[in-house]
Write a protein that binds this ligand. Sequence first.
Ligand code: FAD
Length: 363
Amino acid sequence: MNIAIVGTGLVGRVLALNLLKDGHNLTLFDKHGKDGVKAAGFTAAGMLAPFAELETAESIIFDLGVRSIALWPDLLKKVGVYDGFQLAGTIITSHPQDLNELEHFIATLKNKVKEAKEIDFINKEELKELEPELNNYNKSFYIKNEGQVDSQRFISFSTNYLQNHPNVIWKDFTEVDKIEEGSVYIENKKEEFDWVFDSRGLGAKEHFKDLRGVRGEVLWLESNDINITRPTRLLHPRYKIYIVPRQKGCEGIDLEYCSDCKITQSKGSIRYIVGATEIESEDTSPISVRSSLELLSAVFTVHPSFGEARVVNTETNCRPAFKDNLPRIENSHKLTRINGLYRHGYLLAPAIVEKALKEGIYK
Ligand SMILES: Cc1cc2nc3c(=O)[nH]c(=O)nc-3n(C[C@H](O)[C@H](O)[C@H](O)COP(=O)(O)OP(=O)(O)OC[C@H]3O[C@@H](n4cnc5c(N)ncnc54)[C@H](O)[C@@H]3O)c2cc1C
């Protein structure tokens, strides 16, 4: 079939990889460049945290998240990412004075899904085994079967894979004004396809009147003196942060974006993505002083050596979300729309795409 995918951010790329498996011809449209750096899917930390997300999410997010974790390794292998997936669990911790935050957090997870019953506190020695450099925390808990996708690596490698694929025509810097069943409109000109997928994220407001953006800011820090190996969350009454280690930083990443980049990673250093703010706003301007101060002071309390880490980059973007913060699939004749993945894009995309294809084009 001749298929159009409008929006080559996270969802668009996962769709493309699934459809190419079945031999379809794809035309990809994006209003920005192929490097994907303007998509929320590039900004994301890529955490795969079905349990931890239950603090605020519904159990359907957990079920889809578990399914996505099973699907990610094949998708990553397909585009040549062999070292961008980790399933070594998450550490959740708090300062001793905020212990009730930790207790409330764990109780919330246990109330939502039966699988969370096994999660329990770990003591100082157990934490030392897992993350020796976090051993000043008295109480923490460890959630097995959580992890991360290196989102920048996925975007970069999928760019290379898709732009070289013989079944793909990629029309970048091409804004689609309107999508209808089997057709897309660019500057009032109609192009027809056997099926169209709308994966424009926040750019789909023309159709979804209740779609909103939730601003998120992250910092990229690098240090030679810190070795935290798995995603770590600090619970705090005012600002909750996560620290996501990217062992390889930019190694092997080659985007057009890289030619203007001023990041030169020092030998042997580890990159940490620290985030993320969550602000009801569609402003994508650079990170504010307030957010920088909050994220940096919180990360500094997790490991004092962050004081000497280098801030090599900051990223801001908006998560596409509906009022209920749940993802939405709309299937009709020759048209599928997927949106509202909010803060769970990496956690949900493979499973949501699988569901949308089954209920739509392959029904
Ligand atoms: C700071 C931050 C941290 C995050 N951390 C995580 C995390 O740890 N784990 C997790 O699971 N999720 C995380 N997310 C969420 C995740 O990034 C999003 O849910 C996901 O990227 C949404 O995917 P999408 O494809 O719908 O949108 P996007 O990735 O934004 O892609 C949309 C694409 O559509 C294109 N487009 C828009 N309008 C048009 C148009 N009219 N014509 C053509 N193209 C168009 C855009 O240029 C873009 O490329 C985070 C998000 C942010 C902002």
